[in-house]
Design a protein around this ligand. Sequence first.
Ligand code: FDA
Length: 391
Amino acid sequence: MEHADLLVLGAGAAGLFCAGSAMAQGRRVVVLDHASNPAEKIRISGGGRCNFTNLATTRERFLSGNPRFAASALSGYRPEDFVGLVDQAGIAWHEKTQGQLFCDGRATQITDMLIERMQGAELRLSTSVSGLRHAGDRFCLETGSGAMTAARVVIATGGKSIPKMGATGLAYEIAQDFGLRCVEPRPGLVPMTFAEQDLALCRPLAGVSLEARIRHRGGDFQDALLFTHRGLSGPVILQISSFWQPGEVLEIDLLPGIAIGEELKKRRAQAGRIRIAAALGEWLPQRLADAIATEAGLAERRLADQSNPTLEALAERINRWRLRPVGTEGYRTAEVTLGGVDTRDLDARTLQARKVPGLHFIGECVDVTGWLGGYNFQWAWASGHAAGIAA
Ligand code: FDA
């Protein structure tokens, strides 16, 4: 039987980072993953440039059954700490909008840096793991290369998003085997799907994008909205998908900050001969303006001929466009998994299971899920670090 001080299950963002932090404590650390390459999600993240952190990280940027839970780990390892590592490794980066930091070059530079940082730890890829159990005061794990024991085990096998890339629900199964509670996992940061009548409007507009605002269940986002042949996508939809529950209606403001009803009335007084579609085109992309005017049966009508109630109804359609998604694209395309190991059963400082000393859960498998914009990697680093120095 092989022995280690610490076994880390999952060589993704959180697992690799955890192993690096644990190495600083001089332990024998083994990281196991069934995939043939480490951190595949880092490779594809941020369109291949990895949005590796967000300078605006606070616990308010995360969804969790306990909104305070993430604060401890996040304050123990901050975005600036990770930027320090990135700078030390000579990786060039830039800030996009809203504090989002991306690599100038390939995302795999981040993985290379993490592997370098965990030097001395053993990385075992293409290794299946199963059957974690107590064996006296240690843990025993069955792996594809034989049974192993360790005093401490960190579960970093992520959530269920993108099964094609090797995602499994292993972390939830282990949590339940050891008597921990789980918040029902569901896809987050995911494109939504729409009924045929909404698709009939969206499909011909594929490629049109504009800034929109959606407020829903405490989420309030203003960002790009993209019409696609499958409905609506873009950052504002991905963000709100994490807040939306099946059956609920979304209200989309296609002209945030502009009361279009009042603007149209002013325009009517100045240039009443203008067609409705042309008037709307002064604020909206023309293809969308045409579609909305046509849908309202007003495409060829002049502004001067429209009553206040007609303009107000049009404004309602633009500032408060109500539609009911039929669902989401699910784990197939979801960037993250919401829910997971219940934070009530974990210690916020060490990510250790309260009832199972020596067993830690980190990263996406925990019921802490960030907004779009680098927050999820920051959670992977911070929770990995907290467990790595404690384990
Ligand atoms: P992660 O999923 O990274 O790693 C889990 C590891 O466990 C994997 O290597 C997997 O193979 C292994 N594993 C799973 N089941 C196993 C089993 N049964 N046996 C053995 N091994 C197993 N976030 C962000 O902050 N900025 C960004 O730019 C992006 N971009 C982005 C793009 C896309 C397309 C996706 C899908 C996701 C993102 N994300 C992101 C989210 C981010 O990738 C995610 O939150 C982190 O990778 C989570 O890190 P973890 O280490 O917890 O899980």
